[in-house]
Design a protein around this ligand. Structure first.
Ligand code: HEM
Length: 536
């Protein structure tokens, strides 16, 4: 028998908005019954059509506006509703209610590729987005992660550059495979900080067998804050109950040819069959006092915290148990944002994370047509939103009364904030900062190769060969020999076997030293680059 999912506060809220057209008389958007949906109003049997045909205009004017901008990145995605059940006592570390043992929280998860368009193939070699919106009793919390635990760049200022390098070139607009060849490798070969991530992307991890069989990572270090205001650094991990599985590159090519929607279909069918996918949520916890204890900087998003150093503790389980009723209303209109926090969780000072906090709400104000996207059914918090904000495009709440300011004494409006009621609400961690304003990068971010090497060495012989083949294939598509050589020089800093393997396939001897241009760019961030790494 099929497993049934129980309604939860979010699905109940969504269901209240579901419109069932079945067996209804067709109407205009104003509810006027339509007599004939096949013929425009004409003067005589053979036309012309009449301007007064408001029924035709109502239909076409809506059709003409059906498309909204796709996401600037992560446009191709698939999502589902589910629940998270917290299974560990986390009260020592965080006061987030949804993480307290036994709490069940509704959620919506969206998986995505990064570079391709909305209609691109699921099996591209690419990073996968792994976004979870928890509809908690204390508001929405978004964990907007990827299936790869590190990132290409260390500072948000460079995000538009890495995306422009990976997306189709401005002149030809020819969608290229995962890594836009010349432009992508040009950028990567000038950016040694991307070495670690590019190894993951050239590994099998970048072609998952199924969305149900991939890990997820918060990537950045965040902070848990407990009731006493004490912080603990935290890294988030999603571990799939079905295990981690990939396909080989040749398999991916075939699957893409036969069924470009393979991942989307697989997720939908599994949930539809009651075969609900599950992930455990794990955390790595680092006491605030240990911030500087490691040979790498825990604020650097190009680094993992090896599990041998800080083991992952499982704190709960996510189950995806209901497909969306409507793709556009739910999967497309959902707005994830790492800046959506709940009490008990806070940012760290990772400069990539700090920059993300601006970009998501900003793009959503544009993509979803203005400041009221929070009122779309999929984005509404289950605990309600109450404040004195008003008006704006697409406002649907009908606010009561004549007061929309604070403080007020006339009744109505929002007269309290949590502090006035002796409650806590969201409080930012009271971290002490005493610093000069600068744009430089910390030297603790300057070791770009140790963890890339660690990753390569952690792979089996077959997996290493796949990485060598992937680099060889990708670089063989690069027209510029200078770019190929520059990237080979980076690979040579990571591992000789890797560089020699790729170099042999390309017919180029890997240079021993980093390219002069790579060094010039690296020195814009670290004037004394290369800096000798601390021992791992
Ligand atoms: C989507 C910006 C880094 C994961 C997006 C979107 C923007 C964006 C503008 C589209 C959002 C929308 O239209 O709703 C940035 C910036 C970054 C950055 C400025 C760095 C400074 C990252 C990193 C991760 C990540 C490091 C992973 C940890 C995602 C995911 C989505 C996304 C998963 C898709 C969300 C969804 O499913 O709707 N990003 N991003 N991004 N980003 Fe980032």
């Amino acid at each position: 028998m099929k497993k049934q999912n129980k309604p939860n506060p979010k699905t109940v809220q969504i269901d209240a908005h579901v419109v069932d057209n079945q067996n209804r008389t067709m109407t205009t958007n104003d509810g006027v019954p339509i007599h004939d949906n096949n013929n425009t109003l004409k003067a005589g049997e053979r036309g012309p059509s009449l301007l007064e045909d408001f029924i035709y205009q109502d239909k076409l004017a809506h059709f003409d506006r059906e498309r909204i901008p796709e996401r600037v990145v992560h446009a191709r995605g698939s999502g589902a509703h589910g629940v998270f059940e917290a299974t560990a006592d986390m009260s020592k570390y965080t006061r987030a209610k949804f993480l307290q043992k036994g709490t069940v929280t509704p959620l919506f998860t969206r998986f995505s590729t990064v570079a391709g368009f909305k209609g691109s193939t699921d099996l591209a070699r690419d990073v996968r987005g792994f976004s979870v919106k928890f509809y908690t009793e204390e508001g929405n919390y978004d964990l907007v992660g990827n299936n790869i635990p590190v990132f290409f760049i260390q500072d948000a200022m460079q995000f538009p550059d890495v995306v422009h390098a990976v997306k189709p070139e401005p002149d030809k607009e020819i969608p290229q495979a995962a890594s836009a060849h010349d432009t992508f490798w040009d950028f990567i070969s000038l950016m040694p900080e991307s070495a670690h991530m590019s190894l993951w992307v050239m590994s099998d991890r970048a072609i998952p067998r199924s969305l149900r069989m991939m890990e997820g990572f918060g990537v950045h270090t965040f902070k848990f804050i407990n009731d006493q205001g004490k912080a603990t650094f935290v890294k988030f991990h999603w571990k799939p109950k079905l295990g981690v599985h990939q396909v080989a590159w040749q398999e991916a090519q075939k699957i893409s040819g036969y069924d470009a929607d393979f991942h989307r279909r697989d997720l939908w069918e599994a949930i539809d069959n009651g075969d609900f996918p599950q992930w455990d949520l794990g955390v790595q916890l680092i006491p605030e006092e240990d911030e500087m204890k490691y040979s790498f900087d825990i604020l650097d998003p190009t680094k993992i915290i090896p599990e041998e150093l800080v083991p992952v503790q499982i704190i709960g389980t996510m189950t995806l148990n209901r497909n969306p009723e409507n793709f556009f209303a739910e999967t497309e209109q959902i707005a994830f944002d790492p800046g959506r926090l709940v009490p008990g969780i806070d940012f760290s000072n990772d400069p990539l994370l700090q920059g993300r906090v601006f970009s998501y709400a900003d793009t959503q104000n544009y993509r979803l047509g203005g400041p009221n996207f929070h009122e779309l059914p999929i984005n509404r918090p289950v605990n309600g939103k109450y404040n004195n904000q008003k008006d704006g495009f697409h406002r649907t709440d009908v606010l009561k009364g004549n007061v929309s300011y604070f403080p007020n004494s006339l009744g109505g409006g929002c007269p309290y904030h949590a502090m006035l009621k002796g409650e806590k609400g969201f409080e930012s961690h009271a971290e002490k900062i005493d610093a000069k304003k600068i744009r430089e990068r910390s030297t603790s971010f300057a070791d770009h190769f140790t963890q890339a090497r660690l990753f390569f060495n952690s792979q089996s012989e077959a997996e290493q060969q796949h990485i060598i083949s992937a680099f060889s294939f990708e670089l063989s598509k690069v027209n510029s020999v200078a770019v190929r050589r520059r990237e080979l020089a980076i690979l040579n800093q990571i591992d000789k076997k890797l560089a020699n393997g790729v170099g042999k396939n390309l017919g180029i001897d890997p240079p021993q030293q980093l390219d002069e241009l790579t060094l010039q760019f690296a020195r814009q961030n670290h004037p004394n680059y290369p800096i000798k790494p601390n021992k791992p």
